[in-house]
Design a protein around this ligand. Structure first.
Ligand code: NAD
Length: 492
């Protein structure tokens, strides 16, 4: 039973089930029941009922539950790391060192944020009135998450929402639902009242779409592809829900002529191959000054060829598998098509021998000589694939960096402070790193510009997104005839 509704695990009422597969081995990890649209109604009703009380809980009480939750997750870190790894194919090194600790840090951050409601000072901004600000929760949040970081995505969606006093129904990706359900159960163990967090395991077209359309939902928060994000925006119009969208990316990685080339090469390996490239902020377009282009490409190709793929508990392996054989087909398809118009320097071959042949593995793939308007330069691959493009001057570098419909993240590599300042100002993306690419921290916002969406995850900015600001104004004089009435009617 994988549906978590009103504090209990239940059986989904869809007639279908889904096999959660370890994509590194092809083995079935769990067969999960699926929710139906009727379960969406029940989960939203549970969230609605819980909202009345949860919204009035003192911030300190919410914070205490989240602190207890952080302790529970710290004790169960290895279990969460193993389940996350088994449903995604990620190496245990990554889930132990990044996914789980990052999640715990997020919980601790929002345990603190719950007690810091920001607003303007109460004051007489008009001489006859006292104004004050209330920051209130929005109501029932419907959230949808992708499969690339299932545990962290559950955290990014659930924590700011409940810290601010909302209740939530989360639909994780059906291919990686296990740690999201465990997350909600552990919150329950920490003392969260029933109905505050509900998790439905179901398909996008059935459960996701019903949740986004539901009139009992006050806000939708979606992380996933830009294509589905557009349908979410339309569905939310039904009752003008607040919308928060974290969508795709095609991050530029700009290496200026004065950059430390070795640092940029190391950064490109980590920045493009993190989570096997299934990361919306991953470096996908290395834009490199022509004077250092060949050196950069040669050194990067050597590094890419050295990367070892392997099973999750193989300490010597660098990268795990992709999330599914189906997703690998998408990645391999884009690379195969690129062979027709560009040069595939490394990778590009699906492993066909040994243990790797059983899983959804794909090697680091470096592509050069691609036209600027080609598919591999324009579209999201979401795999371990990096395209390198040369440039001649700074204007061209910035133009190429911004030549995309996306605007989630970018990096600039330079030792010149003026270049760095210009790049951070002129690149249109929600995050610009200088001389690094990828690090995220709980205190700072994550979110896109342009078709990468709007709204921020993590940080106080995300907490604010899950609240609404109310202006309360008290009249002070007590008189029936107020001065401003003269602008409407004659006082006689
Ligand atoms: P996806 O859009 O296919 O699916 C995301 C979620 O939407 C899943 O839970 C899916 O079941 C659900 N869904 C599918 N169809 C739906 C529908 N019609 N109505 C409602 N929900 C529906 O994306 P994905 O393949 O799971 O994830 C990869 C994408 O997510 C990439 O584009 C990536 O860039 C993006 N992503 C963005 C961020 C970010 O923070 N901006 C983070 C991670 C992933």
């Amino acid at each position: 039973m994988y549906q978590f509704i009103n504090g209990r695990t239940e059986q989904g009422t869809s007639t279908h089930t889904h096999d959660v597969v370890n994509p590194a081995t092809g083995g079935v990890v769990a067969t999960v029941d699926l929710a139906s649209a009727a379960d969406v109604d029940r989960a939203v009703a549970a969230a609605r009922a819980a909202f009345a009380t949860w919204a009035r809980t003192a911030p300190g009480e919410r914070s205490a539950i989240l602190h207890r939750f952080a302790s529970i997750l710290t004790e169960r870190a290895e279990e969460f790391a193993r389940v996350e790894s088994s449903q995604t194919g990620k190496p245990l090194r990554l889930t132990r060192g990044f996914d789980v600790p990052g999640t715990i840090d997020n919980i601790e951050f929002f345990a603190g944020a719950a007690r810091h409601l920001e607003g303007k000072a109460t004051a007489e901004y008009s001489p006859d009135h006292t104004s004050s600000i209330r920051r209130e929760p929005i109501g029932v949040v419907g959230s949808i998450a992708p499969w690339n970081y299932p545990l962290q995505m559950a955290a990014w969606k659930i924590l700011p929402a409940i810290a601010a006093g909302n209740t939530i129904v989360l639909k994780p990706a059906e291919i990686t639902p296990l740690t999201s359900v465990m997350f909600a159960q552990a919150l329950n163990d920490a003392g969260l009242p029933p109905g505050v967090v509900n998790v439905l395991v179901g398909t996008g077209p059935e459960v996701g779409a019903a949740l986004m359309r539901h009139e009992g939902v006050d806000m939708v928060s979606f992380t996933g592809s830009t294509a589905i994000g557009r349908t979410v925006l339309e569905a939310a119009a039904v009752n003008t829900k607040r919308v928060h969208l974290e969508l795709g990316g095609k991050a530029p990685f700009v290496v200026f002529e004065d950059a430390d080339v070795d640092a940029a090469v190391h950064g490109a390996v980590a920045g493009s191959l993190i989570n096997s490239g299934q990361d919306c902020t991953a470096a996908t377009r290395a834009i490199v000054h022509r004077s250092i282009y060949q050196e950069f490409v040669d050194k990067l190709a050597t590094r890419f060829r050295d990367i070892r793929l392997g099973l999750q508990d193989d300490e010597g392996a660098d990268l795990g598998s992709l999330v599914s054989v189906k997703h690998r087909e998408h990645v391999a398809g884009m690379v195969e098509r690129a062979r027709g118009y560009a040069k595939v320097l490394t990778g590009g071959e699906i492993p066909s021998e040994g243990v790797l042949a059983r899983g959804a593995f794909y090697p680091p793939t470096l592509i050069i000589d691609a036209a600027l308007d080609s598919e591999i330069v324009k579209d999201e691959v979401f795999g371990p694939v990096l395209v390198v493009l040369p440039f001649d001057d700074d204007d061209e570098a910035i133009r190429l960096a911004n030549d995309t419909v996306y605007g989630l993240a970018a990096s600039a590599w330079t030792s010149n402070v003026h270049r760095a300042m210009r790049a951070t100002r002129e690149i249109n993306a929600g995050c610009v790193w200088v001389n690094d690419h990828i690090p995220i921290i709980s205190e700072m916002p994550h979110g896109g510009f342009k078709q990468s969406g709007f709204g921020k995850d993590m940080s106080a900015y995300s907490f604010e997104e899950y609240t609404q600001v109310k202006h309360v104004m008290f009249e002070l004089s007590g008189s029936a005839e107020k001065d401003w009435h003269r602008t409407i009617f004659q006082l006689r």
